[in-house]
Design a binder for this molecule. Structure first.
Ligand SMILES: [Zn+2]
Length: 151
């Protein structure tokens, strides 16, 4: 399962009752993207929640793809965002805190940790491949990214 399948809406029950409809707890589930982030019910949410929902939509659902928001861009952008937080030196617990503050989302820090570990392993594999094929610049570039993440 991708990490984006393990990102949840904080205060889910409260938000569902404000919207007077139900939607899945998972932030990137198709129905949540439609109902919460692209839906007409925004005005029914309290102001703090509205702000977070709008921020999320602006930051991750802003592509022009025809199938937006079901095009895969939101998930890709979100993964990039998680990796940036890690590069900024944040650990899994701090990342979980930021998700709550900025977007009213939550995740388990163990899930974030294994996501970061597997990202590092993916980079290592790519690095080895670049080494084998003598793409020295590419290998160095991958190694720099990985070392930033692994710090
Ligand atoms: Zn897109």
């Amino acid at each position: 399962m991708a990490i984006t399948d393990k990102i949840y809406i904080k205060n889910h029950r409260q938000i569902a009752s404000q919207l007077e409809t139900s939607f899945p707890k998972s932030a990137f589930s198709g129905a949540t993207l439609d109902i919460l982030f692209q839906g007409q019910g925004l005005a029914n949410l309290d102001e703090a929640t509205q702000d977070r929902v709008l921020d999320f939509a602006e930051d991750f659902l802003d592509c022009d793809c025809q199938s937006n928001p079901h095009c895969g861009c939101p998930e890709r952008k979100f993964i990039g965002y998680l990796l940036e937080l890690r590069e900024d030196g944040l650990g899994p617990d701090a990342i979980v805190d930021i998700l709550g503050e900025e977007y009213m989302l939550y995740a388990y820090s163990g899930d974030i940790l294994s996501f970061l570990d597997s990202s590092i392993r993916t980079l290592e594999a790519a690095e080895r491949l670049a080494d084998v094929e003598n793409h020295d610049d590419k290998a160095k570039q991958l190694r720099d990214v990985r070392e930033n993440l692994a710090r």
